[in-house]
Design a protein around this ligand. Structure first.
Ligand code: SAH
Length: 536
């Protein structure tokens, strides 16, 4: 449950996953589905719909006092992920009058959002459903929990979304709508064809959804676009419109649609749950709403922008003075920078000083070829040969030195290795065979690690790893000295700064073939400098 820390901060399961042993001892039905793993831990098999259902019903009973029935052939919600969405709606509607009134589009057999919202927060709901079985179960679930005062379940025709559902309603303004739309466009998509990376193992949990539940014409993208178009008519009749998304790649086109339509307030979030990811989008025509910022951005930028760094201890720095031939007798930062420049020249890595903060020195590096993974002797030799070549040749990576991840020695993979495993997770969860989110495996402690795969090849623009640091964005040297159509292996920004007496060297990725290359170069520079410090 590596991602539990990314659950909504108020999610009760974030720091306290359900205690299967305790629940099994208290609920005989659940006990049937709890087994002991080889390591002696109590586990639940998420491939069994009956086990998933039992866990959901047990948690709703134990933690929310709710008693629900769900047919096995309909979507079985998992409680922690549904809670994330409820908490996000709390954030969106924070500060609004009580009781809040909302609409749940496609409430499902469980009627889970209205039941949770009413139980936890006293919210009132209009819950819509097209499917007869779901409608009947939802109605019964509301009644048996004595929630009819709070929740009105209505059966609507397939084409209906918000507009028609609201025609009959007298409520003037709703605080929000929420929706867990049918994710798939067709049977193939529902089976995971085209949406599941071939490297990804089969899902470890089960798809339990019925046809109307998991499929809609055009998939979730079209479904949510229809809600957007309804919202353009209804505008301020609802304070917040929101939708959950099963594919990350749905986010960008929907945001673009909202931008095109001039919707003033738009935000999104992501829900992390075990190894399952979901996204949610919200928009409003009100100027006075609180707009929670996307929580993931900061986390991602921190991760992506974290530089490579090393420090040179103050003790050895004085030794560098003599070593750095171009040192102008300046401070420790200047001396280290001069030595770095000398090393970079030796490596034929183009480097240019760029504006930096006070007491700091920045170099913009452009490497055309990988000269740092080979022996010094070989480098000198190829350097000599290259000096005799026209300048254009220098711009193209030498074939034997090309670092495309296949022959760059200890560096490992190429560009594809840029993504950390954590990033892979951010790249998207295919709903795959897991209906809606029945793929949620949040409590499947017995499962082997399964990465969430790319739901589709297009990545939402803003979610792509940033290509530049703020400094680099404004300080790249003019390309005048470089031949047109220059090819390069790597561009990065190198900062040298004084930090508590030591000199810290940081390397920030800008662009290039692979971050592994920067890693190698960083190691090379570090070793060179440390050698200088160690051997006066
Ligand atoms: N909200 C539930 C169910 C989500 S599945 C949960 O989160 O578990 C999507 C649901 O939307 C299905 O029950 C499906 O029958 C229903 N649905 C599909 N098209 C709809 C429409 N046009 N209006 C209302 N409900 C719809």
């Amino acid at each position: 449950m590596a991602l539990n820390k990314s659950m909504h901060p108020r999610n009760r399961y974030r720091d306290k996953p359900p205690d299967f042993s305790y629940l099994a001892s208290k609920y005989p039905d659940f006990q049937q589905h709890v087994h002991t793993s080889l390591t002696g831990r109590p586990v639940v098999n998420f491939k069994e719909p009956a086990a998933v259902r039992s866990l959901t019903c047990t948690l709703l009973r134990e933690d929310f006092g709710l008693t629900i029935d769900i047919p096995l052939e309909r979507l079985i919600p998992t409680v922690p992920l549904r809670l994330n969405y409820i908490h996000w709606v709390e954030d969106l509607t924070d500060g609004q009058k009580q009781p809040r009134r909302g609409i749940d589009i496609g409430t499902g057999a469980s009627c889970i959002y209205p039941l949770l919202g009413a139980t936890m927060n006293g919210w009132h709901f209009l819950a819509t459903e097209v499917d007869d079985i779901c409608f009947d179960y939802a109605t019964k679930n509301v009644e048996q929990n004595k929630m009819s005062e709070f929740i009105k379940v209505v059966k609507v025709p397939q084409k209906t979304l918000l507009m028609d559902a609201l025609k009959e309603e007298t409520e003037l303004v709703y605080d929000f709508c929420m929706c867990n739309p049918p994710f798939f466009a067709n049977q193939l998509e529902a089976k995971g064809v085209n949406s599941r990376s071939s490297r990804r193992p089969p899902p470890s949990s089960v798809n339990t959804g019925g046809v109307t539940e998991i499929m809609a014409e055009g998939g979730e993208l079209e479904f949510v676009k229809r809600i957007i178009h309804d919202s353009l008519q209804l505008k301020r009749r609802l304070r917040w419109y929101s939708c959950m998304l099963g594919k990350k790649c749905s986010l960008a086109p929907l945001k673009e649609e909202l931008r095109k339509q001039g919707v003033p307030k738009v935000t999104h979030t992501e829900f992390c749950q075990g190894r399952t990811m979901r996204w949610a989008l919200a928009w409003s025509f009100y100027d006075d709403v609180i707009v929670p910022s996307p929580p993931s951005k900061k986390r991602k930028l921190e991760k992506v922008r974290k530089p490579l760094s090393f420090a040179l201890p103050a003790a050895g720095l004085k030794e560098l003075r003599a070593k750095a031939s171009s040192a102008s007798g300046g401070g420790a930062v200047d001396r280290v920078a001069a030595l770095l420049e000398e090393t970079l020249t030796d490596l034929r890595v183009l480097h240019k000083r760029v504006p930096s903060r006070k007491h700091e020195l920045s170099l913009f590096l452009t490497a055309a070829e990988n000269t740092w993974i080979h022996g010094r002797q070989k480098r000198r030799e190829s350097s000599r040969q290259l000096r005799e070549l026209p300048r254009e040749a220098l711009a193209a990576p030498a074939p034997e030195n090309r670092s495309d991840g296949k022959n760059d020695g200890g560096g490992g993979g190429g560009a594809s290795n840029e993504n950390t495993s954590a990033e892979q997770i951010e790249n998207g969860a295919a709903p795959s065979n897991e209906t809606g989110e029945d793929g949620e495996k949040e409590f499947s402690e017995n499962e082997p690690g399964e990465d969430v795969d790319m739901a589709c090849s297009a990545r939402a623009g803003e979610e792509t790893a940033p290509r530049e640091t703020p400094a680099a964005a404004t300080s790249e040297p003019a390309p005048s000295k470089r031949p047109p159509g220059e090819r390069f292996l790597l561009k990065c920004l190198l900062n040298v700064a004084l930090e508590e007496g030591d000199v810290a060297v940081e390397m920030h990725w800008v662009e290039g073939q692979s971050k592994d290359l920067m890693n190698q170069l960083c190691t090379y520079l570090k070793n060179t400098l440390l050698r200088c410090v160690a051997k006066p």
